[in-house]
Design a protein around this ligand. Structure first.
Ligand code: TYD
Length: 202
């Protein structure tokens, strides 16, 4: 089972991933947690460039860097884990590229999706959870954490509004794969909705 979590920055993806891991492990399943960008050794170097490079990066270069990271992570971490029957829970995947590079940077979303489909030899998640939050609220959450913003987080509010709209549009177009959850709900309520959707509730 391949589950991906999506949403703006500061929507609580890591918290949900930890709760899901705990739930699956307590039910006897092997869980592999990964993330993009940077889930593999090689990917760490790409993550550094794409998130912290000081100079300007062209939108198409940025899209290729995320796709390169993804190709390696899927081939070396995700596919082997899925093949041995593990549950893979991943922080961000192709939909992040469609939302951030497509809607955010205003590149063609279909081309961005096709690029990553090529990179991953067409690996589609069984379930994609979108933690939905007003970008102004996520900004406040990030500021409260006093985190230094990366290249994407420091984009203007409009960029993050487009990212959110893109997620919601993808979810509406593919309701069988997506589950949209209000990120302001209680963390355990969110986890239970995800478990219910997977159809594994006790
Ligand atoms: P993430 O690791 O989730 O951020 P953090 O560790 O700070 O919570 O993602 C880093 C940033 O990369 C995030 O702002 C979204 C962006 N991103 C893209 O623009 N395209 C992509 O394909 C991916 C995977 C992430």
């Amino acid at each position: 089972m391949f589950i991906t979590l999506e949403g703006g920055d500061g929507t609580g993806k890591s918290t949900q991933i930890a709760l899901l891991q705990e739930w699956f492990e307590s039910h006897g399943r092997e869980v592999v947690r990964t993330f993009e960008p940077g889930g593999s050794e090689f990917g760490k170097e790409i993550r550094e460039i794409v998130l912290h490079s000081r100079g300007h990066i062209e939108p198409r270069s940025e899209a290729l860097l995320y796709a390169a990271d993804r190709a390696h992570n899927i081939a070396t971490n995700v596919r082997p884990a899925l093949e041995r029957g593990a549950v893979v829970i991943q922080d961000r995947y192709i939909d992040s590229s469609v939302a951030y590079q497509g809607a955010g940077r205003v590149l063609d979303p279909i081309e961005i999706r096709d690029l990553s489909m090529w990179a991953t030899e067409g690996l589609v998640p069984d379930l994609t959870v979108v933690l939905d939050l007003d970008p102004e609220v996520s900004r406040e959450r990030l500021l409260a954490e006093k985190k230094k913003f990366d290249r994407l987080e420091s984009q203007e509010l409009d960029f993050h509004v487009r990212v959110r709209e893109s997620y919601l549009a993808m979810a509406a177009a593919e309701p069988d794969r997506f589950l949209v959850i209000d990120a302001t709900l209680d963390r355990l309520e969110i986890r239970d909705r995800i478990i219910n959707r997977i159809g594994l509730a006790e």
